[in-house]
Design a protein around this ligand. Structure first.
Ligand code: ATP
Ligand code: MG
Length: 426
């Protein structure tokens, strides 16, 4: 039985006997990345082909929690959620010169029956700028911003980093529309702060640095959010005291001067870009004629920004940073369940009976529980719990039941404590 929560829209708790996924001892031989190896072994994802992964129940729960944290913070800065189509109109992209495979090397393209070419979106500046022409007329319509969680398609040349670099992946992409540079920078700064809160809540704030990177032709720098991990393909130079970094791409005397820092204070690290924020100026509004009438009736180009985060990449990054030789370890905020409740059943059935009741009571209290009610050995249950990586492992056995206790083990610290059942059910 599963407890379905109508408000949350998902099952709060679940019995492991009804979870269809299995854990496995070995990851596929061709899978070299730590994140995908662990996630596949623990039954979170399934590898379809290189760079292409499906999400299974546990994996989707984690992904959805990451999405929900991002959604809350983007809503809090006024982002309005939309859903654009993945199909891309060639004519629109020719306007900015980005249809060409020489300019954009990772397009997936396809054709309608009548031969019309279509692209599968790898980002959405072009169609959203065109769409906004129907809605933005005057200064009164600005500033505004829109975002989506959407599947992007990129024909990435290398796909050896598991879900850090998928050929099909989820992206949160936010776009801002402002009257002028000043108004744009106000939103840009709010977005930067929202990103800090997002990565803190996702449990990777400590390892994530606002990183100065190349800004394209519209601003001197863009800001990447780079998380330090050996699995990352980027090289950044970290200034620990200021909690900022500089991408190798732009490390020179000028950037050091701009940031008021010294080369000798920087430490070279490998990192993965979990998010970025980018000023676009009038590049897209000029190309498509997205203008507004100011207070005096003069037509001006809308100033834009774009802001990306890859929820799947974040999930992979968490797996890389926290995972150990036994398996995954999730921060509380994104864990698929809060508690992995393990019943070590006795032949008479006393423990089973109590465990069943306790499972129901925990669930009624809104605690998300994965209940291992399988008839297998304690050793197998424990090694599965380590692999799956739910933050708290809670064991009921003949021994603990005799003392009206539960044994609680913290997956991250390994700390074990005995607690009275009555205390836990408060
Ligand atoms: P990278 O340089 O690592 O390829 P990017 O500069 O192409 O990243 P953007 O185009 O700005 O990234 O995409 C926005 C966000 O989407 C990134 O910050 C990252 O979190 C995520 N992302 C980008 N490419 C992928 C991918 N192939 N798989 C998963 N997530 C991705
Ligand atoms: Mg890329």
């Amino acid at each position: 039985m599963m407890a379905y929560d109508l408000d949350l829209g998902y099952h709060i708790s679940m019995r492991q006997t009804s979870l269809f996924t299995r854990t496995r001892h070995e990851a596929p031989k061709d899978e070299v990345s730590k994140n995908a190896r662990l996630l596949i072994r623990a039954g979170y994802i399934h590898k379809e082909m290189a760079g292409v992964y499906s999400y299974l129940p546990l994996g989707l729960r984690v992904l959805n929690k990451i999405v929900e944290i991002i959604r809350e913070e983007i809503n809090a800065i006024g982002g309005q959620e939309i859903q654009l189509t993945a199909f891309q109109d060639k004519k629109i992209w020719e306007t900015t010169g980005r249809w060409s495979d020489e300019v954009v090397d990772n397009w997936f393209k396809t054709k309608l029956k009548n031969g019309t070419e279509l692209g599968l979106g790898f980002t959405h500046e072009e169609p959203l700028t065109v769409l906004m022409k129907d809605h933005i007329r005057s200064f009164r319509d600005l500033p505004t911003s829109a975002y989506q969680f959407q599947t992007k398609f990129r024909n990435e040349a290398r796909a050896k980093s598991g879900i850090l670099r998928g050929r099909e992946f989820l992206m949160k992409d936010l776009y801002s529309f402002s009257r002028d540079d000043k108004e744009h920078l106000e939103f840009y700064d709010k977005a930067k702060q929202a990103y800090r809160r997002i990565f803190d809540r996702l449990g990777i704030g400590g390892e994530t640095y606002v990183t100065f990177a190349s800004g394209g032709s519209f601003s001197k720098y863009s800001h990447e959010f780079q998380t330090v991990t050996d699995a990352g393909g980027d090289i950044i130079f970290v200034h620990e005291a200021k909690k900022i970094a500089v991408n190798k791409e732009v490390l020179n005397d000028e950037v050091l001067k701009d940031l008021g820092i010294q080369r000798s204070d920087l430490v070279k690290k490998k990192a993965v870009e979990v998010g970025n924020i980018f000023s676009l100026g009038a590049r897209f509004s000029d190309a498509f004629g997205l203008t507004y009438a100011d207070e005096k009736g003069a037509m001006k180009p809308v100033v834009m920004g774009s802001y990306g985060i890859g929820p799947g990449r974040v999930m992979g990054t968490i797996a890389e940073i926290y995972g150990d030789e036994k398996g995954l370890i999730w921060p509380d905020t994104v864990a698929p369940f809060a508690i992995h409740f393990i019943g070590l059943f006795d032949p008479i059935g006393n423990v089973k009976k109590s465990a069943d009741g306790l499972y129901e009571q925990l669930t009624e209290r809104g605690i998300e529980v994965l209940y291992d009610d399988r008839e297998i050995s304690a050793g197998e249950k424990f090694s599965d719990a380590d692999l799956i990586g739910i933050p708290k492992r809670v064991v009921l056995s003949e021994k603990t039941l005799a003392e009206d206790c539960l044994e609680i083990k913290d997956r991250l610290t390994g700390k074990v404590e005995m607690r009275k059942i009555s205390e836990i059910l408060i």
